[in-house]
Write a protein that binds this ligand. Structure first.
Ligand SMILES: NC(=O)c1ccc[n+]([C@@H]2O[C@H](COP(=O)([O-])OP(=O)(O)OC[C@H]3O[C@@H](n4cnc5c(N)ncnc54)[C@H](O)[C@@H]3O)[C@@H](O)[C@H]2O)c1
Length: 374
């Protein structure tokens, strides 16, 4: 945009997400943002970055550093993108907040409710600017779908399926809960769980179970297929099926209201009336750019504290729901996310097994205080 300063940007983590998605997006937005620095603990990443920049016609070569501390000591970026393995996000993002540098971080917001609360506190303490890359919230088709929810009467129930056909979770940092936080739910499923929050708010009760492993002898310990039911304070209920390992990639969300229903896929939105007649059709593209929309929105709201506050609140809530799904799987019981405890189910210490889901409902305000939503 003419007249606006070009934001000097740095990327922490030069893996697939950066090379495949951020590099083309940054190249396409060169009038607004310039990649001036990057870092990766793998020295070979520099050559991969240079090749990807060349492929995308990005001329200036960014400075490359072996870690984020040396990058931040040498460069003063106006925005930093964090695209590293999940277990490294927290320390890096806290450091960026302390230094007052705006952050666009990859999902997940946090690996546990405790981390989410810490991050929320750090952002607020340092007047930080934090955005999360949940691209569906910025995609025109999904924005139309959210709008169409207002034209199907009172929402009653939904079913959502999101599946990939990948083996990326079977090796490397994605294969271990310690480093990824989990598989189908927190890694792949984060996008859909966030979307469900955006559409319906926070569930008041969840029940989740995990299917047997595709390959029982394989070493990975993350869940690859899960089925969940989610119930909301207003009685809306829904089913969520997530899977990393099916024979084809697909995404389908159906939402049923008293006056019709919508069907949403990655490339199509259809609204039906109660007689099952299609009354609204919106076509999109099957394969779409998942980074530019978020980057543009981040740049448009770079100094807007309200946008950060909303992002932080959403992140804390989605983290609590995700924690409840994991807790439900491990305890084989229904769990109330609004009553989610501050300890976490997957990383051990202090987790009070057997109590969640059996406590009496105390009301939303107390529960929101418990997960740090204020
Ligand atoms: N929004 C989306 O659609 C989407 C898609 C894919 C990945 N992601 C997210 O992007 C992030 C990265 O995923 P990926 O697929 O690119 O993983 P990846 O393994 O391909 O890349 C991660 C890179 O980070 C580097 N790294 C590890 N620790 C580091 C550290 N401490 N400092 C700097 N670099 C470090 C690794 O060497 C590697 O090059 C994850 O948070 C993932 O969930 C989001």
């Amino acid at each position: 945009m003419p007249g606006l300063p070009v934001i000097r940007c740095a990327v922490i983590g030069v893996g697939r997400r950066t090379l495949d998605d951020y590099v083309p997006a940054l190249a396409g937005l060169s009038s607004r943002i310039e990649l001036v620095a990057a870092c990766d603990v793998d020295p070979a990443a520099e050559a991969r970055l240079i090749q990807a920049l060349a492929r995308n016609g990005h001329v200036p070569r960014p400075r490359f550093f072996p870690d984020h501390a040396s990058l931040l000591d040498a460069v003063d970026p106006g925005l930093v993108i964090v695209a590293t393995p999940h277990h490294t996000h927290h320390d890096i993002t806290l450091e960026l907040c302390r230094r007052g540098i705006p952050v666009l971080k990859e999902k997940p917001f946090a690996l546990s409710p405790a981390e989410a609360r810490d991050l929320a506190a750090a952002v607020r303490e340092h007047d930080g600017h934090l955005r999360l890359c949940v691209q569906r919230r910025h995609h025109p088709l999904y924005l139309r779908a959210k709008d169409a929810l207002g034209r199907i009467g009172a929402i009653r129930h939904f079913d959502a399926t999101y599946q990939l056909s990948t083996d990326a979770y079977q090796a490397g940092w994605r294969a271990e809960t310690r480093t990824s936080g989990g598989g189908a739910i927190i890694d792949m499923g984060y996008h859909i769980i966030d979307l469900l929050h955006w559409f319906f708010g926070m569930p008041s009760l969840v029940y989740a179970s995990a299917a047997p492993k595709l390959n029982p002898d394989a070493a990975y310990d993350v869940e690859e297929t899960t089925l969940s039911t989610l119930t909301y304070p207003n009685g809306v209920t829904g089913v969520l099926r997530l899977s990393l390992c099916e024979s084809e990639k697909s995404e389908l969300i159906r939402v049923y209201g008293s006056g019709g229903h919508i069907e949403l896929t990655r490339d199509r939105l259809t609204r039906f009336d109660r007689s099952n007649r299609p009354v609204e059709r919106v076509a999109g593209e099957r394969s779409w750019d998942s980074a530019s929309g978020v980057l543009v929105n981040t740049l448009d709201h770079l100094s807007d504290p309200d946008v950060t506050e909303r992002e932080v609140q959403d992140g804390v809530r989605v983290t609590a729901t995700i924690e409840s799904l994991y807790r439900s799987i491990s305890q084989q019981t229904s769990v109330r996310p609004l009553h989610e405890e501050t300890q976490d189910a997957r990383f051990g210490s202090g987790h009070r097994r057997g109590t969640a889901g059996t406590e009496p409902a105390d009301g939303v305000s107390m529960a929101e205080a418990a997960i740090g939503v204020v």
